[in-house]
Design a binder for this molecule. Structure first.
Ligand SMILES: [Zn+2]
Ligand SMILES: [Zn+2]
Ligand SMILES: [Zn+2]
Length: 152
């Protein structure tokens, strides 16, 4: 449905797409995340676009967690050195805009159960699983690593 294609060589270079030669078959075929190696489910996989390397085409795909992390890291590396991204008047930087879009599109919205604020991209957090009494299901909560976890 909402599968995003992140094409653009400049964007892929900033994301540090691994070289095809060093990848196992599942990653090269787009069956698992090109960065983390997690098996991919079709609805959540992010297509990175067709790559052409030495006459071979391949279709790298990534999981949302990895693409959001990669884009955030790339933005942190790029923005301080880019006059357009640093300027106040939101000057147009296609790379910066593409990276910000990737971060926004693929970072799941999580809230810290200790301070109630949103856990932003790149912020460290912990995931807690509380088991329900019946043993069925259970809720997942998140807290910032620096926030004390509330005891109940
Ligand atoms: Zn991944
Ligand atoms: Zn920029
Ligand atoms: Zn917090």
């Amino acid at each position: 449905m909402t599968r995003t294609t992140a094409t653009g060589l400049e964007v892929l270079a900033a994301l540090a797409l691994p070289a095809l030669a060093g990848l196992d078959e599942a990653r090269a075929a787009g069956r698992s995340c090109v960065w983390g190696g997690e098996p991919l489910e079709n609805p959540t996989a992010v297509d990175l676009g067709v790559q052409l390397v030495d006459g071979r085409t391949w279709f790298p795909r990534a999981c949302r967690t990895c693409i959001a992390q990669r884009a955030h890291q790339a933005l942190v590396a790029h923005a301080p050195m880019c006059p357009a991204c640093r300027s106040e008047d939101a000057a147009d930087c296609p790379l910066g805009a593409a990276l910000r879009h990737l971060v926004a599109a693929h970072t799941p919205v999580r809230y810290c159960s200790a301070c109630s604020r949103q856990i932003g991209p790149g912020e460290e957090y912990e995931t807690h699983l509380s088991q329900s009494p019946s043993g069925a299901g259970g809720a997942t909560t998140h807290t910032h690593t620096k926030c004390p976890r509330r005891r109940r």
